[in-house]
Ligand binder design. Structure first.
Ligand SMILES: Cc1cn([C@H]2C[C@H](O)[C@@H](COP(=O)(O)OP(=O)(O)OP(=O)(O)O)O2)c(=O)[nH]c1=O
Length: 201
């Protein structure tokens, strides 16, 4: 399969997404997206994560002078607990509330990835089940003191010290970190974007 695009626009400020894309061998130009993800509608976590991921791509598209030059990749990650989407904590107090809620229970991490290409949108959404250990209040406080919960959906980072709070996961690990690399690879192939393993089927 011939590749049409040697690079993409990445409409994300997430350091994890940048790292994972670099690991895939994708050449990208980072651009801003100013989509307001704090606005909640009456919707399921799945509808939320898909709407926000698409909104980020649309907002990035609008900001470009020559929008269809390169594909645009955007993503959103949310934690779904008892049918409710939990986003990033506003502060450490909020993070402690989220962690107390997740403690000793199962939740689902959903990441939705969008690739805007030649006037259309390709989208894939992935779910990973995560079981949290029962956490003592002291552990939650000490974890919050590390500042790691800030900027992370659900208030934890599986790739950091937060990984030690997790008993099991079922599904994609990179999906929890913010970019499911298997499904992202499929989208890149579909959009004919060049990366380390592109064109090999
Ligand atoms: C659950 C979990 C989330 N996260 C992160 C991934 C995402 O960056 C973040 C969820 O916020 P997002 O709104 O998905 O992304 P973002 O605001 O960081 O970046 P952008 O919108 O510019 O793309 O939580 C981890 O790093 N580790 C984890 O274990």
């Amino acid at each position: 399969m011939s590749t049409h695009y040697s690079k993409i626009y990445l409409a994300s400020g997430s350091p994890r997404r940048k790292e994972l894309l670099t690991q895939l061998g994708v050449d990208y130009i980072q651009i801003a997206n100013d989509f307001d993800e704090t606005r909640l509608l009456d919707e399921s976590p799945l509808d939320y994560v898909e709407r926000v991921a698409l909104g980020k791509a649309q907002s990035a598209l609008k900001s470009l002078d020559n929008p269809n030059q390169l594909p645009i990749l955007s993503a959103d990650t949310t934690v779904a607990h008892q049918g409710e989407p939990l986003g990033k904590p506003n502060d450490l107090e909020h993070a402690a509330e989220l962690l107390l809620r997740l403690s000793g229970d199962r939740h689902t991490v959903m990441s939705s990835v969008v690739l805007a290409v030649s006037g259309g949108f390709l989208q894939k959404t992935v779910k990973t089940d995560v079981v949290f250990a029962a956490l003592k209040q002291k552990t939650i406080e000490a974890y919050c003191q590390t500042q790691e919960p800030l900027g992370k959906a659900g208030g934890y980072a599986i790739q950091g010290i937060g990984g030690s709070l997790i008993e099991t996961i079922s599904g994609s690990y990179t999906n929890v970190v913010g970019l499911p690399v298997y499904e992202t690879r499929q989208l890149l192939e579909q959009a004919k974007v060049q990366f380390a393993l592109s064109g090999l089927g």
